[in-house]
Design a protein around this ligand. Structure first.
Ligand code: UD1
Length: 311
């Protein structure tokens, strides 16, 4: 994207800040982030960056921002991203994960803002524990938590607003994203950020279950490529796309990659599986690949790049 006005909600967070790094060279980028999980240090220093320390739930602020700026592209990445957190405070997180995003669409509709496309970041969580793998966009939807329900409902709202009111939209379903700037501070942070922190600090890492559970781990640079492709591709319209690596890999295999690349053993301890944990997960990425998406970082390459970026 070039010479555009772009809004990234959650732009100081893990995925958001990696996206801002890519966009900032050639565009004016506005970031709205309440810094609940995001960090200012994640953001580049640039006169093209306009940072607002605000919640997307501040409706007055968001309305004014959207009207004042007349954005070309909008990436809705802000969320309470922890499923566990959403289970603790379902009503509060609903305000952010669903209503605040719906409000953005409503402001665009009411003021007929000329946005070229709005992208909403949904989650593989919408598939729940349905056993057929890999998950396709057409697989059964079984949202099992308030978090997943909000993600799914917001997907539908976005697409429905898109079709009814002529606002171009697209939705991504992220699988297990990992890489630089992922915050390892909560026990519910992405497992690879916790492994990365443990191996660097020589700390013990706890495996919940037998470690043979599988996930589709996708490196953040590949996710950023997917976001840019989907926001620009004219065929990616009012539709949903899985974003993953297309490889289903066990936790133990990922740990082996970390150990091989760091040339150091990770100290392990085992506990009971987490309540509500899904054993296996994997993405079909055929749909996005048909638009020209290519995975650059297979799991081992991704881990190597992740570790190198901290040296
Ligand atoms: C991920 C998403 C979640 C989404 C779900 C949908 C993250 C952080 N979470 O959850 O938002 O709803 O996919 O598919 O991306 N584990 C350990 N030890 C630890 C931490 C985790 O063994 O210290 C295990 C977990 O029990 C799990 C696996 O690692 O089996 C992955 O955990 P996690 O990174 O939290 O992601 P998901 O549970 O897949």
């Amino acid at each position: 994207i070039k010479t555009a006005k772009i809004l990234v909600t959650g732009g100081a967070g893990f995925i958001g800040s990696n996206l801002v790094d890519e966009l900032i060279e050639d565009n004016e980028v506005v970031v709205v982030d309440d810094l609940s999980m995001g960090r200012l240090e994640n953001l580049p220093v640039s006169r093209h960056l306009h940072f607002f320390h605000q919640s997307i739930n501040n409706k007055e602020f968001m309305e004014k921002l959207l009207i004042d700026w007349q954005f070309d592209y909008i990436f809705l990445l802000a969320a309470v991203a922890s499923v566990a957190d959403a289970i603790e405070r379902p009503y509060e997180t609903h305000e952010i994960n669903q209503n605040a995003n719906l409000h953005v669409m409503e402001v665009i509709r009411v003021h007929q803002l000329p946005v070229k496309k709005v992208l909403f970041a949904s989650s593989a969580a919408v598939y729940g524990d349905h056993p057929t793998l890999p998950k396709k966009e057409t697989s059964p939807i079984r949202p099992l938590s308030p978090y997943a329900i909000d993600k799914y409902a917001t997907e539908r709202f976005l697409i429905s607003y898109g079709k009814l009111y002529g606002i171009p939209t697209v939705v991504t379903r992220f699988f297990n994203v990992y890489g630089p700037k992922q915050n390892p501070q909560s026990p519910y942070s992405g497992v690879l950020s916790l492994i990365h922190a443990a191996i660097r600090q020589g700390k013990v890492f706890t495996i919940f279950g037998d470690g043979e559970q599988t996930r589709d781990f996708v490196y953040v640079s590949d996710v950023i490529k997917a976001l840019q492709l989907l926001i620009l591709h004219e065929q990616a319209l009012h539709d949903v796309y899985n974003v993953g690596s297309g490889q289903q890999v066990s936790l133990k295999t990922m740990i082996k990659h970390f150990e091989a690349i760091c040339q150091q053993a990770l100290r392990l301890t085992y506990r009971q599986p987490r309540a509500g944990d899904i054993y296996d997960s994997g993405a079909s990425i055929e749909k996005i690949c048909a638009l020209g998406y290519q995975v650059q970082f297979a799991p081992r390459q991704g881990v190597a790049h992740y570790i190198k970026s901290y040296r």
